[in-house]
Design a protein around this ligand. Sequence first.
Ligand code: NAP
Length: 459
Amino acid sequence: MTLSTYFMEATYLVASILFVFALKGMSHPETARRGMFLAEGGMLAAILGTLIGAHIVTWVWIIAGLSIGSIIGAWMAIWVPMTAMPQRTALSHAFGALAAALVGVGEFLVHAGEMHPVTRTALGFEVMLGALTTTGSLIAAGKLQGVIHGKPVQFKGQNVVNALIFLVMTTCFFIFIAHPEKTAVFYIMLGLAFVFGVMLVIPIGSADMPVVMSLLNSYAGLAAAATGFVLGNNVLIIAGTLDGFSGFILSVLMCKAMNRSITNVLFGGFGAVIAEATTDAGGVMREISLDDAAMQLAFASRVIFVPGYGLATAQAQHAVRELAELLEERGVTVKYAIHPVAGRMPGHMNVLLAEANVPYSSLYEMEQINPEFPTTDVAVVIGANDVVNPDARDNPKSLIAGMPILEVDRAKSVIVLKRGQGRGFSGLENPLFFKSCTSMLYGDAKSSLTHLAQAVQHV
Ligand code: NAP
């Protein structure tokens, strides 16, 4: 081993350790930023180690790739809004997976014949997982962005078609391991994997897309780990495995928070039968004036803010913090209730509120805060809908039956901030809005909160 190879292996070790600590950091909102920095440090160490230690054939492609990638990455980081983060992440998965698939094709063209069958198996996995994750993630991004219709696409015999594709693809995979000289088989496997990615994601509605994305993230990670086996690159094996399993654990946690099984998410076609399962909540929604709402808040002793997706679209995180501070100055106890799947990605609300410097000690998880609603004077629902839908608890026929909710309807009074009669992402009606304890303050969340803060100052 040369000195530069020793250096490369040392940086890989450092990078792997940093990745593990990064994941540990990211498991808690208070340490998440540090976790991200550690992960960035790890990635930088791995890249530097590779550039210094590996045999570089030509720098031209590396510099071109680095420049184009950096420009696109910076553009995305600066301009893509927080609300579009899920589709942005889906695009990252697509390109990461495409890179893994292309490396696999490159290795196949150059070395497949002389590879050990075990390495060839890893190569097959890399190409299959990479290709299906690429198209699957692109469809997911399209659905989330609204470029492709978000409704589940289902047809008769869909599962049979999918099973057939899967069967032919895996048969090609096994033939490839035994006969690497049969190039056509390799390319059929590659093509079918691209098709399978599309077929896997089209039957899933956009409401379930974040779970699917985190599964695809897991596949992309496993594809990277397989790439590591093919190239004999330890840091890829470790980082890919960490990515693969953390993605899978996240999917399971999200399903748990929605009381769904992974099978139900993948094959349930959630969103296709919404019309049948929607309750006719009946009654009327009672509107409240800004001054009355401000009065209620100013004279309350305990207030809980419940943010949801609407807070993110309105970018109302600073406005809610300002209102909360004004109320606290008046002696009101203010807390924030965080549902695990509020918004469009895990931790969405935590990220937004942390950005607005809301102290982490004021944020309460669902299990902690639910018992407090009955003794709360006012629960202020800010652009949340599905996560406060009492049908999930009370109506066994509801599509979201069993999904744990924030039980705001148990508070003495509920004020809902939303623009109009729009439904949540599940498309279901919400009986909360028709309850006698609930009043609606219509308008964009940011503007409503800003005006509420002004009105509270004059009470
Ligand atoms: P939601 O159910 O999607 O409801 C959002 C509400 O915000 C809408 O009813 C909308 O009503 C209102 N709104 C939109 N823009 C607004 C604005 N500018 N100002 C005020 N209100 C606004 O949101 P949620 O309660 O946060 O629930 C999240 C949903 O995503 C759940 O169904 C969850 O299962 C799903 N999901 C989330 C994740 C995750 O990781 N977070 C993962 C998988 C699925 P108007 O149009 O009337 O304003």
